[in-house]
Design a protein around this ligand. Sequence first.
Ligand code: AHR
Length: 498
Amino acid sequence: MNCDFSIGETDKRIYGSFVEHIGRCVYGGIYDPTCPEADNLGFRKDVISMTKELGVPIVRYPGGNFVSGYNWEDGIGPKEKRPKRSELAWFATETNEIGTDEFAEWCRRADTQAMMAVNLGTRGPDAARNLVEYCNRHSGSYWSDLRGKNGYKNPHDIKLWCLGNEMDGPWQIGHKKAEEYGRVALEAGKLMKWVDPSIELVACGSSSMKMQTFGQWEATVLEEAYDVCDYISLHIYFDNIEDNLPNFLAKSVEMDSFIETVVSTCDYIKGKNRKNKTINLSFDEWNIWYHAAAANEAYMRKRTWDIAPAFNEDIYNFEDALLFGSMILSLLRHADRVKIACLAQLVNVIAPIMTINGGGSYKQSIYYPFLHASKYGRGKVLRTLTQCGKYDSKDYTDVPILDTIAVENEENSELTIFAVNKDLEEDVFTRFSLQGYEGYEVFEHIVMQNNDGKAVNSIERPNVILPISMPLSDNGRLETVLPKLSWNVLRFRRKSTN
Ligand code: AHR
C-alpha cells in the first residue's frame, strides 16, 4: 500500500446502528424498567455502556418496516394516555411506552444522535413536517410548544432523516411504485426542509439488490426527488442457510458490487439532468440474518399480537463474524461515497448486544469486528494491493483469500490494516510493504480465530469468542501470520528510537 492511494476520509456515521420497534429491541433491549441495570427512566445502563464502547455516532429509529404504519403522535405525552396499537409490520402490540422524546433522551445518555425515519407508508408530508417541527423548532408553534409541555424544553435537533423505509417492497405497509414514492418523497422532503433547512434527507433505494426493480427504482426515485435528497439508502442481509462456508465468506463481493451499481445510478442521473449536487450513499441496514428466520415466520403466521415478542434473535457464530468483518471492509473500501451506514440492529434483534429480560447481557461474535473498526478505522482510507491466492465457490469466482483495507489515523499517527483470512485450511504468511510509512512497525496484532466455526457466545459462556492480542515477532515487525479463518487488526506506528 501507498500513503497517496487514498480512497477518502471516513465519515464517522458509517459506524451507525439501528433501533426499531421490533421484537425485544426497544422493550427489553434499550428499555427494561424491571431490571437491576435500569436507570431512572428505565433505560438499561449495560446497553448504554456497550453502545458507548462501540462508539456508535448515529442510531436510526423507529424503523424499519415499523415506521410505515407508525403514528408518531401516539408516542408522546403522558404515558398513561398513549394508545396500544396493532402493529402490522411485525404483528405485535405496540404499547407506545417509548416514543420520540424518550428515544432522543436515550441518545443523549448513549452519546449518540438519532437518525429519524418518517412514515411515508400510511402517512405523508403533513405528519413528516409536524414531526420535524416537534423535534427541531425551538418554541413558538403548536408542535414545538407541545414538546416543551411534554418536558423537553430544548429541541432534540435531529439532523438526519429517512424519507420512509423500503418503499419498494410489497411487504411494506403502504408499498409504492417508484414514481409514487419519488413524488411523495419530494413533497415530504420539501416541507421538512422548509421547517428546518439544516436537516439532511435519505431517500429509499432498493431494499436489496435482488429486487426485480433494483436499478430502475433508484433511477426513477432520483428523477423525481433529486433536488431534495442528500443520500439514497441501501439494505443488505446475507445468510448461510445452505451452510456453505466458502460461498458464504465470498458474499462480501456482492456488497461491493451493490455499492458500485448504486453509485453509477446516482451519477447517471446527476449527469443526465446536469445536476451539480452529488448524491451519496446511506447503507442504513446491513448485517447477517438467517438463524432465526424460520422461527420468525412461524411467529408471524400465528398472529398472537404479543408485546415485545422474542423473535429475530439471531445467535451469531464465529463464521458469521468473519463475513461481518468483510462487510465492514466493503463499507470502508467505498468511503468516498458511503457516508452513512447502520448496523441492523443494535440490541437483541439481529444484533451485536444481547440482553436477558430482567437482567444480564452479553456480546455476540459480531460485536468485536464492529468495535475494532469503529475504534481504529477512522481517518484516511487507503487502497491496498494484496497479492494472495483466489478461490472459486458455488456462486462466485476469483474471490481473494485475503480481504484487506488500511486506514491512517493522522491525529495519533497510527496506521491500521484490517484483514480477513478466508482460507479454510492454511495460515497465510504476510509481508507488508508500507510506502510512505517508512519506520513504521506493528505494535499490536489483534486476532479473532476459533477452531469451531459454529461456536457462539451466550449468557452462560459469554467469552467463547473473544479477540486476543497475538505475541509479535521480533524481526522487522512488517511480517506476520494471518491464521486460517481469522479476523485481524494490525496496528502500526513509527518505531520508537529509544
Ligand atoms: O431490520 C429488520 C427489517 O429488515 C427492517 O424493519 C426492514 O427495513 C428490513 O427488511
